[in-house]
Design a protein around this ligand. Structure first.
Ligand SMILES: [Mg+2]
Length: 221
């Protein structure tokens, strides 16, 4: 049976990834919002990407901060700086995103970025109509256990699209893991920033451009 929907990650697939130093600055701003002027560099680093609930609890505990209030500031600051990057042209779409218009299937986005950041991207680049559904994280610590490789948001998107055989397109191991756990075939898109050599999950397909995606979907009727 052919694929009946396509889900895509955002960062590194649709838009370029955000400069790490920008994200680190947002974490420092969040500390400052909470009254911590000079956090330890290692604690800032710990909250830049790939944050787990346990890691957040450990860092918040060291400064006697409420994890929920702190995390809201961290996510809001992160989303605001990313919006600025988008408007300044420093978080552009990849050129090959245009090829998605040739795919005659419903499409969705499942991102571990904040939902409001994905909204800003879709609005700024005029992509609201291209995607039938999209999920980013709520700005709450509970979302950290729900993001990929968990299937929480993937499952929601699949249900929204009423898909029975969707395909997931991503650039990271967590994308491939989430796809496998959700019982979906996966596509790894090779970008300059990715190194799949250490991945513990094999994708179903590897492509070096989204331009290969329409044919790949079409070739599996
Ligand atoms: Mg990604």
């Amino acid at each position: 049976m052919g694929y009946d929907a396509v889900l895509l990650d955002n960062d590194g697939v649709i838009t370029t990834i955000t400069d790490r130093t920008v994200l680190a600055r947002a974490v420092r701003d969040a500390f400052r919002d909470m009254g911590v002027e000079d956090p330890d560099d290692a604690d800032v680093e710990d909250l830049v990407i790939g944050v787990t609930p346990d890691r957040l609890a450990a860092v918040a505990g060291r400064y006697s901060l409420d994890p929920r209030a702190f995390w809201y500031r961290r996510d809001l600051r992160s989303s605001l700086v990313q919006e600025r990057e988008i408007y300044a042209g420093r978080k552009p779409l990849y050129d090959d995103v245009a090829a998605l218009s040739e795919i005659p299937l419903p499409m969705g986005i499942v991102s571990s970025n904040q939902h409001r950041t994905i909204e800003a991207i879709l609005d700024h680049y005029g992509l609201r109509n291209r995607f039938a559904t999209f999920y980013g994280r709520e700005m709450d610590p509970t979302s950290l256990a729900r993001k990929k490789p968990a299937t929480h948001y993937v499952d929601k998107a699949v249900a929204d699209l009423k898909a029975t055989n969707p395909l997931f397109v991503g650039d990271s191991e967590s994308d491939l893991q989430a796809a496998r756990r959700a019982g979906m075939d996966s596509v790894f898109v090779e970008r300059d920033h990715t190194d799949p050599s250490a991945f513990r999950v094999e994708p179903t397909y590897v492509i070096d451009s989204l331009r290969e995606l329409p044919k790949l979907v079409d070739g599996n009727p």
